[in-house]
Design a protein around this ligand. Structure first.
Ligand SMILES: *[C@@H]1O[C@H](CO)[C@@H](O)[C@H](O)[C@H]1NC(C)=O
Ligand SMILES: *[C@@H]1O[C@H](CO)[C@@H](O)[C@H](O)[C@H]1NC(C)=O
Ligand SMILES: *[C@@H]1O[C@H](CO)[C@@H](O)[C@H](O)[C@H]1NC(C)=O
Length: 351
């Protein structure tokens, strides 16, 4: 079922090396990049039954809201020259014992956070004590038996939005929530979805850098400025000896069929299978390049959770209309689904 003995043993070595260097070289000279690979059918997936995971957000609970096809659940990420270990919840909780993990970002972070809660929940006996608490912008699920907490801090832009007399101001050079974030042991950041919002969906009236206040500006430039503020905060304020920092690559949407050689298709409604192989016509989005450029300038240890390409190949794994509001959603991801793989990659980097 996917994990040959040879592959498994070799993978253990590769993962050890990968922890040290970020990648490794196999004996035939090929690099083991966990992010370079393809999706393969594997009936031992998904790793949990979503109907047994409590409180999946109604936007992500595809099966509950009537998704009839199931094969999208049976795909496993297969790196080209090594294997990605299956998520081992008990081992994860033991290794992370006493630690606080926080996802920070928009609803894509929430998507991944819910997947992590489900992955852990599914592996524990029913008598385990799991508590949930919401304080200010943070919701924390605590696995009391291991003292592990998994939090979600909702922040659409990472940088601040402040109410001033003249309106709501998006301050590109200010990141005051960082004081809460840095108290955790593992941080996983993401922001992108909200940067091009306009009109009623735009939750600010002015944009500010330094003393300059503007009605609007080039949004990609604004995004880059905010990421630079974030990078500067990491450099100045985060003790990366104690706190491991990840930034999640841009999560792709599927509204343009030309991206997967289906010109004229405008959503993911009919998609029931991943793209075969590793090639994607759509290319890597500019925003992802901006993320990678800014990350490469951070002096401290930060890791890219490089999920863009592997997620681009999963045009089949969005809710489409199988959510509580029946709107077409080719942006978020079904839970169980692709965010489980993001968490497998996170776990591979952590334990
Ligand atoms: C991210 O992964 C893709 C393959 O999925 C690879 O081509 C790219 O170089 C990686 N980016 C970084 C910055 O490691
Ligand atoms: C929640 O927000 C209030 C008001 O900003 C603040 O005083 C309080 O310290 C916050 N609580 C936590 C646990 O951060
Ligand atoms: C899409 O079309 C291009 C050009 O014809 C081809 O090279 C590529 O393999 C196709 N991709 C898929 C996923 O079929």
């Amino acid at each position: 079922m996917g994990r040959g003995i040879e592959g498994g043993c070799w993978c253990a070595i590769v993962i050890l090396c990968a922890l040290v260097s970020g990648s490794a070289t196999s004996n035939d000279g090929d690099k083991c990049e966990l992010y370079q690979g393809r999706w393969v059918y594997d009936e031992s997936y998904p790793m949990y039954d979503s109907s047994k995971c409590p409180h999946i957000r109604k936007e992500y609970d595809c099966i509950k809201y009537g998704r009839p096809d199931r094969s999208y659940l049976n795909f496993r990420w297969q790196p080209d020259h090594c294997n990605l270990p299956r998520f081992d919840a008990e081992n994860f909780l033991r290794k992370m014992s006493g630690k606080k993990i926080m996802y920070i970002g928009d609803s894509i972070s929430l998507n991944q956070w819910q997947s992590m809660v489900c992955l852990l929940h599914a592996a524990l006996p029913p008598q385990s004590i799991i508590t949930t608490e919401t304080v200010n912008s943070t919701t924390t699920v605590k696995f009391e038996d291991f003292g592990v907490s998994i939090s979600m801090f909702l922040s659409h832009y990472l940088v601040d939005i402040v109410e001033e007399k003249y309106g709501r101001v998006l301050k590109l050079d200010s990141i005051t929530d960082g004081d809460v974030w840095k108290q955790n042991d593992v941080l996983i950041f993401n922001t992108w979805l909200w940067w091009y919002r306009v009109g009623e969906k735009q939750p600010w009236d002015y944009i500010k850098i330094g003393t300059r206040i503007m009605k609007d500006m080039d949004r990609m430039v604004a995004f880059r400025e905010a990421l630079k503020t974030w990078a500067n905060w990491v450099n100045l304020d985060v003790n990366t000896e104690r706190t491991k920092v990840f930034f999640q690559g841009v999560s792709p949407s599927h509204y343009n069929g030309a991206d997967w050689n289906m010109t004229g298709v405008t959503n993911c409604a009919k998609e029931m299978l991943p793209i075969k192989g590793s090639m994607y016509s759509g290319g890597i989005p500019l925003a992802e390049k901006v993320v990678e450029q800014v990350l490469s300038g951070v002096r401290k240890q930060v890791s890219l959770l490089n999920i863009t390409r592997l997620s681009q190949l999963r045009k089949d794994a969005h809710p489409s209309s199988f959510n509580a509001f029946r709107g077409m959603d080719c942006t978020h991801w079904c839970v169980s689904g692709v965010p489980d793989t993001w968490n497998q990659l996170l776990a591979a980097a952590l334990v």
